[in-house]
Design a protein around this ligand. Structure first.
Ligand SMILES: [Mn+2]
Length: 387
């Protein structure tokens, strides 16, 4: 018997980049098609099906279509909400999908799928996970493959130190397969006789990921019905082929804008960028001139002429030494430093800032009236801050 473990689909991501907007959807469609071809019994989505708690109508319709395709092919879809598709006030579109009979939310619920047991806990914004793990009430599991679904980084297997994570010790014991997400890395580890698996995102969710991960995908797990432990599980990685990236990284130190421009143009000329996303990253202190002296319009035009899919640039060039200090840190690191300073003596508020920032970052949805949008955000803030 087989099941698919998917996480971090982020449907609706890249919303402000029209050229890339369809790619996460394409990835999800490929994944669903692969599940049908592989004849899996069920799919488990370990959080972040959607990129926001209020995805647009087109994204919702697309998700519903794909989930229905699963249902029509006799594939059950079990799911937990992740940190992205769960709003701070507890609303998620997953509940809409569930009401339509397209998914079954396994948050704090034990599901028996032809003998396989699935129990999950949803991911929440603001790192509330640790406490919720302690309060889990898991019913008697009995025999069969036992899967625990959650959505959090795990300290012992977290390559990113800035990320909030939970230690292995808080995970409930007695499961064969710990299906998780959140950490956008692809990790498949043994913990004792069990497995701890992060499939990674279905499609890269930001520029760093486009640069870092050449491939994305998910797992298909084969298991024996009767008694499953690690020895009975066979893992098959399914890699998706959505759109490749080509990264042009330029060290601008001591160079002139003309030199940089020539370097980029020659990279474009001498490489195959057809149907790829071209990422141009420039960093350093210019020897002369300004970053705006680089003719990016010409560069874009050359890329398009070579048949690339899209061009994206991140330019961190400066002419002054003084800027170098801040350039060395990523936006995330600076953000995290500032947050730490702001709540230095208030441990309890530590998680609130990122959650609040996320909340205030939410955009108006299609056709949403200003007044309703304001009210929605206001009441969410009041609820979150306990006012
Ligand atoms: Mn995610």
């Amino acid at each position: 018997m087989k099941f698919a473990h998917i996480a971090d689909c982020h449907l609706g991501s890249w919303g402000s980049h029209p050229e890339l907007r369809d790619l996460p959807l394409k990835a999800f469609e490929q994944a669903v098609n692969a599940c049908i071809t592989e004849k899996v019994g069920f799919v488990l989505i370990a959080g972040d099906l959607f990129d926001t708690s209020m995805p647009g109508v087109d994204v919702l319709r697309f998700a519903a279509e794909q989930l229905r395709k699963c249902r029509d092919n006799g594939i059950a879809v079990y799911i937990i909400a992740g940190s992205h598709d769960y709003s701070p006030t507890g609303k998620t579109m997953i509940s809409v999908m569930e009401s339509a009979g397209l998914v079954v939310n396994v948050n704090q619920k034990l599901i028996n799928h032809n003998g396989a047991k699935i129990f999950g806990i949803e991911g929440l914004k603001g790192g509330l996970d640790k406490n919720s793990f302690n309060d889990l009430k898991i019913p008697e599991l009995g025999s069969g493959l036992k899967i625990f679904a959650f959505h959090s980084a795990v300290t012992e297997h977290c390559p990113i130190s800035l990320m909030d994570s939970i230690p292995l010790s808080v995970l409930p014991k007695g499961f064969d397969y710990y299906a998780t997400g959140h950490l956008h890395e692809h990790i498949n580890e043994n913990i004792g006789k069990a497995k701890l698996v992060f499939p990674g995102p279905l499609f890269q969710a930001n520029f760093d990921e486009l640069e870092k991960h050449e491939k994305t995908g998910f797992y298909i797990v084969s298991y024996e019905t009767a008694s499953a432990n690690n020895g009975f599980l066979t893992m098959k990685r399914i890699e998706l082929d959505v759109c490749k990236s080509f990264v042009i990284k330029i060290d601008g130190n001591g160079k002139s804008p003309v030199q940089i421009e020539e370097e980029i143009l020659s990279m474009i000329e001498n490489n195959d960028i057809k149907n790829k996303i071209v990422l141009i990253k420039c960093k350093g202190i210019l020897e002369s001139g300004k970053p705006s002296d680089i003719n990016f319009n010409l560069i874009s035009e050359r890329c398009k002429n070579s048949g690339c899919f899209a061009v994206k640039k991140s330019v961190n060039l400066t002419t002054e030494e003084i800027d170098l200090k801040t350039q060395e840190k990523s936006v995330k690191e600076i953000e995290s430093d500032l947050m730490k300073q702001a709540v230095a003596n208030q441990e309890d508020k530590k998680d609130m800032i990122p959650a609040l920032m996320d909340l205030l970052n939410q955009e108006k949805t299609e056709n949403e009236k200003n007044l309703i949008y304001e009210e929605r955000i206001k009441s969410a803030v009041i609820k979150m801050m306990g006012l």
